[in-house]
Design a protein around this ligand. Structure first.
Ligand SMILES: Nc1nc2c(c(=O)[nH]1)N[C@H]1C(S)=C(S)[C@@H](COP(=O)(O)OP(=O)(O)OC[C@H]3O[C@@H](n4cnc5c(N)ncnc54)[C@H](O)[C@@H]3O)O[C@H]1N2
Ligand code: MOO
Length: 645
């Protein structure tokens, strides 16, 4: 077995960027001459001069008459002058000004008489005339070097008779994915295998930055194979990138190969995700070893790959768009490193004057949480000199969308249900284009997120075992302002069974059978409270149920346990049974409610939600899905501090 390596000393993000930038600036990019019409977003490598003037004749800028300014001298409202014969000529906008004339009077400023044209004002030479070279004069320098070409640059060059332009060549990147366990995204991965989507993410990011990509393909975890791949890539590209194998695993050869063939500048940067990245060079060709976890790969490329692609064609990096946002719960981080946290943004309270800043609502953290990234609005950065963020602290958030697209977001953190996905879709495709951001947290955590001013809305199905009523009593106890509760539906809770199962379960009493292994939800989960309540109602003691003490934190986790046979059955919602291909035996029905501050009740977004909930389209959808009872759908209830007992 190969000897395990240790990291080189880790560098701070700033230091690593400075080292990388210094090295990149020593590389003289290649140049090429290309047609102007194909030069969008390329960077000029030399200054560009106009080959012709535009316009190349004196042209009328108005519809009216061409005159000689001398003939108009002295004309006023009181003492108009009448121009006759050759003293004027009709012209339209854009026409050549005929020889002997040097100004234009607008058609609406003259009086047409049988005897000639009466004018009421004198005009100076070149009045209402676009003179030769007004737009651009032959020989003028239009662009300097290092200018990124936009649509209007291309327009200006074509007008000026420039059809070819010298630009820096697009840097060619070769991307090598590594690992025996890596298979193509189109295949079905076996346990232990991962699909390769990082290479495509890198391609899209590199192309966005102006690079061109060669895929080397996937290389196995063999030192010889990786060496050959890196060798070939170094000969044929401007930047070599490997994906995975950058850390300290027994098969992580990247660092030793780069060290042997070239030089390592940095191994390990104080960012999370993204830490074990490697920066180096082989034969003066820059080399980046990206970590394998996808979000580590993303942040490492965004920080160092994009920089290289831009530097290799002298493109000055576009500034990212940052805003300041407030957090409403403590966020942990390790001092000494920058930590990236995916967040949704709510502007709701800053718009109502309750807060000065938008609220950043953190999504799930980790180095491989792709849905979290796909549904985020921004990336919050916890600075390296901080040990976490406290409640109400501000942080910089890099926006993934323009701020104007996020202003009307509603952030919902709460209990999850597929009907929310459908509601979300109907909202964004409505005329109001309302973006509902969903974060799955469960009923209790969702309610607390609402109450501490983090989420705008929540969803819950919390049964009060004393009253048999949902949500109200809990909210009454802890709400700090009046809340409105909108019933979305009553939904089935029932038992999950594998389709191969021989068990015949009809009600909760059947769980007392010693041959049946149950798996439970965690304490505090809505489903757990319901289960305990129903056990109590049926006089069943927890000890009578095998597996009662085994807890999982999500519907999906218990469904997975039943699907792989590590438990016989579990209680959960119907939609998850369907997703996991399990049979479902409905036992109970529970109220599933949307909850928001009453001050939002008349907000246009909430009104739209109410309208959708009552629409035929939404109700037909719920009916088709089965497992929903619409008897109270759209019903509104109230909770809040004034009802506190
Ligand atoms: N003993 C230590 N182990 C690890 C450390 C450490 O400090 N000490 N750091 C961890 C961190 S942080 C990261 S990040 C990862 C980086 O690992 P590698 O770059 O060596 O990558 P692999 O182990 O080969 O793969 C990890 C993981 O990445 C996914 N992956 C890989 N390739 C692809 C691809 N082409 N497309 C999509 N996803 C990919 C896959 O989930 C792999 O399991 O190391 C930790 N370990
Ligand atoms: O730094 Mo690694 O990049 O977290 O997962």
């Amino acid at each position: 077995m190969a000897k395990r390596k240790v990291y080189l000393a880790k560098k701070s993000l700033e230091e690593a960027k400075a080292i990388w930038n210094n090295f990149l600036s020593t590389i003289e990019p290649k140049k090429e001459t290309i047609p102007v019409k194909e030069s969008l977003n390329r960077i000029t490598a030399s200054p560009v001069q106009a080959s012709r003037s535009a316009p190349n004749f004196n042209a009328s800028a108005m519809d009216g008459i061409a005159v000689s300014s001398e003939d108009t001298a002295g004309a006023t409202e009181r003492e108009p002058i009448t121009l006759k014969g050759n003293q004027f000529k009709y012209v339209n906008t854009g026409n050549l000004i005929p020889e002997g004339y040097n100004a234009v009077i607008k058609i609406e400023d003259i009086n047409q008489l049988d005897s000639g044209i009466k004018i009421f004002k004198s005009v100076s030479p070149w009045h209402n005339v676009r003179t030769i070279g007004e737009s651009v004069m032959k020989g003028d320098q239009i662009l300097t070097s290092n200018q990124k070409l936009k649509a209007y640059h291309i327009g200006a060059l074509l007008e000026a008779g420039v059809f070819e332009v010298e630009v820096y060549a697009k840097p060619v990147l070769t991307v090598i994915s590594t690992g025996d366990e890596i298979v193509s995204p189109e295949s079905s991965p076996e346990p232990g295998q991962y699909v390769d989507f990082n290479s495509t993410m890198v391609k899209e990011m590199a192309e966005e930055a102006g690079g061109e990509i060669n895929f080397y393909g996937v290389v196995s975890d063999e030192e010889k194979a990786l060496k050959a791949a890196i060798n070939q890539a170094t000969q044929s590209s401007d930047l070599v990138i490997t994906i995975a194998g950058s850390s300290a695993g027994s098969k992580d050869f990247t660092a030793s190969i780069v060290e042997e063939k070239g030089e390592i500048f940095v191994h390990g940067v104080e960012i999370q995700p993204g830490k074990p990245l490697l920066l180096g060079a082989i034969e003066n060709v820059p080399f980046i070893g990206l970590p394998g976890f996808p979000l580590s790969c993303l942040h490492a490329f965004e920080n160092f790959g994009t920089m290289a692609v831009k530097a290799l064609q002298k493109d000055s990096a576009d500034a990212d768009n940052y805003i300041q946002a407030k957090v409403k719960r403590k966020l942990a981080s390790k001092p000494g490193r920058v930590e990236y946290v995916r967040v949704n943004l709510s502007f709701e309270k800053s718009q109502t004057g309750q807060e000065d800043f938008p609220i950043a609502v953190p999504r799930r953290r980790g180095s491989a949480v792709m849905k979290s990234q796909a549904q985020a609005d921004g990336i919050l950065e916890i600075p390296a000199d901080r040990e976490g963020l406290a409640v109400d602290e501000l942080a910089e958030v890099k926006l993934l969308y323009p701020e104007s697209c996020l202003k009307d977001n509603l952030v919902l953190a709460g209990s999850n249900d597929p009907l929310l996905d459908y509601l979300q879709e109907l909202l964004i495709t409505s005329a109001q284009k309302i973006k509902l951001r969903l974060q799955s947290r469960g009923s209790q955590a969702g309610i607390h997120a609402l109450i501490r001013g983090e989420a705008d809305l929540t969803t819950a199905h919390l049964l009060d075992p004393e009253t048999g009523e949902y949500n109200l009593s809990y909210l009454d106890q802890i709400a700090e302002e009046p809340l409105e509760l909108l019933t979305l539906a009553w939904r089935d809770q029932g038992l999950y069974l594998s389709p191969d199962s021989q068990l015949c379960l009809k009600n909760i009493n059947d769980l007392k059978n010693k041959d049946i292994t149950f798996i439970n939800r965690q304490q505090g989960a809505g489903t757990r409270i319901l289960f305990d309540y129903q056990l109590n109602q049926s006089n069943i003691k927890p000890a009578e149920i095998k597996g009662y003490d085994r807890e999982e934190y999500t519907h999906a986790a218990v469904a997975q346990a039943v699907a792989v046979g590590s438990a016989d059955t579990a209680l959960g919602i119907r939609a998850v049974a369907k997703a996991f291909g399990l049979n479902f035996i409905p036992l109970f029905s529970e109220r599933f409610e949307l909850i928001y501050p009453t001050r939002l009740a008349e907000d246009y977004r909430i009104k739209k939600i109410k309208e959708i909930i009552k629409s035929n389209r939404f109700q037909e959808y719920l009916t088709e899905q089965t497992g929903y009872d619409l008897k109270d759908t759209g019903q509104i209830r109230n909770a809040g501090p004034s009802r506190r007992r």
